[in-house]
Design a protein around this ligand. Structure first.
Ligand SMILES: *Cc1c(COP(=O)(O)O)cnc(C)c1O
Length: 430
């Protein structure tokens, strides 16, 4: 199918990037379970290795099943290209790898997935990178944190563990003024609720593990490029603007234009880092993504009902969901995320840490797991799990204090979920 901007999201989530298999006519995208591809002849092989011709060489770099998913996600985000990889955390490294060098830093939001905070504070050091964390509601502080060695600005759209939504346009303006790319982790919002490129982001990263797959079966990640950032405007991005020795001095930006970042991601990133998505994994995600909009509508509808019910319950101290009128981010969510504030939020249980532990142990439908974005409802006590590596100050800043649980509301019957929470709260707060 040829993509045109005229097709709606619901059409593109099923068709973008795919066509009947040219060899067999198979309607569904086949799983190309192969590591290598036969060259037509020696000249063909040489042209592929020189990046003079686009084609399949080896599945660490490219695979036809994975390529369909890449084009599907790029289309849904409105980007120029995308590179899939083995996990969301791999996607973050893949996004930063072409931009960073020892001594370089990023400016990142304090409100982020716990694993991201750990990756940025701990593992970054091994590469000689660093991250400066700032409150992204304070635009002056974001601007002030940028220095000569900053190479990117990083935030989540709807931030994990929930209740916070970023004003992407405002942050993109700060990034633009500093001639830096804004990278948005769009995992929790998905392109159905938020399209960061329309608000000025340069790159988007995803954990496809979550809503894009939507059924808790595989880990995967994706880096999407808007194709609009000018990598040659400053001397800060030599991997993209300067000659690449491993490809006979080819300059990615000059040669590939709006596809420079995507080609670099495949030809250097996947080639050397090897964080490849496998075709089986891509298949599961392609199955899931076909129903993304339908699921997101139900996630939002259920989250709104359940958040309102919890807020009115005497056993609950407060609920942080940007879809509630009581939220300080309600107005921003209405303006920037008009289809809904997502399916993730946190709530504080009277009785603190112990009551939270009892609550997660007493639920029947909700599963106590370290995941989100599944069709099934999930709950986690962040302070004792995903955020336990962090200091108490970092836990509070990330909205993951000891009295707080995070829920990822599934697409089950809302009344059943409310009943389950009701009976578990009765046990947690006798
Ligand atoms: C899960 C998650 C990640 C990490 O993704 P993995 O696929 O688990 O590596 C990054 N960011 C956000 C917002 C996530 O929810």
């Amino acid at each position: 199918m040829t993509e045109t901007p005229a097709y709606g999201f619901d059409t593109l989530q099923i068709h973008a990037g795919a066509r009947p298999d040219p060899a067999t006519g198979a309607r569904q995208t086949p799983i190309y379970q192969t590591t290598a591809y036969v060259f037509r002849d020696a000249d063909h092989a040489a042209a592929l290795f020189n990046l003079q011709e686009v084609g399949y060489i080896y599945s660490r770099l490219t695979n036809p099943t994975v390529a369909v998913l890449q084009e599907r996600i790029a289309t849904l985000e409105g980007g120029a290209g995308a590179v899939c990889c083995s996990s969301g955390h791999a996607a973050q490294i893949m996004a930063l790898f072409p931009l960073m060098a020892p001594g370089c830093n990023i400016v990142a939001s304090t409100r982020a997935y716990g694993g991201t905070l750990t990756q940025f504070t701990q593992t970054f050091k091994r590469f000689g990178w660093s991250a400066t964390f700032v409150d992204f509601d304070d635009l002056d502080a974001v601007a002030a944190a940028i220095d000569d060695n900053t190479r990117a600005i990083f935030c989540e759209s709807i931030a994990n563990p929930g209740g916070y939504v970023t004003d992407i346009r405002a942050i993109a303006d700060v990034a633009d003024a500093a001639q830096l790319p804004l990278i948005v982790d769009n995992t929790s919002a998905t392109p159905y609720l938020c399209r960061p490129f329309e608000q000025g982001a340069a790159l988007v990263v995803h954990s496809t593990t979550k809503y894009l797959t939507g059924n808790g079966t595989v880990t995967g990640g994706c880096v999407v490029d808007s194709g609009t950032f000018d990598w040659s405007a400053t001397d800060k991005f030599p991997s993209l603007s300067q000659p690449e020795p491993a490809y006979h001095g080819l300059k990615f930006h000059e040669t590939f234009g709006s596809l420079a970042f995507t080609f670099h991601g495949i030809a250097v990133g996947l080639r050397d880092l090897g964080m490849t998505m496998n075709p089986q994994g891509a298949h599961y995600t392609l199955m899931g993504i076909e129903t993304l909009s339908l699921r997101m509508q139900r996630h939002v509808e259920n989250a709104e009902k359940i958040a309102a019910w919890l807020e009115a319950d005497a056993r609950v101290d407060y609920v942080t969901y940007a879809g509630l009128e009581s939220s300080p981010y309600y107005g921003r969510a209405q303006a920037c995320y008009p289809k809904g504030a997502g399916g993730l939020f946190t709530f504080a249980v009277k009785g603190g840490y112990d009551a939270c532990v009892k609550l997660v142990n007493s639920l029947d439908i909700f599963s106590h797991v370290a995941n989100l974005g599944d069709a099934r409802s999930l709950i986690i006590h962040s302070a004792s799990t995903t955020h336990r590596q962090l200091t108490p100050e970092q836990q509070e800043a990330a909205g993951a204090g000891p009295n707080v649980v995070r829920v990822s509301i599934g697409i089950e019957t809302a009344d059943d979920l409310i009943h389950d929470l009701d009976q578990a709260l009765a046990q947690a707060c006798p």
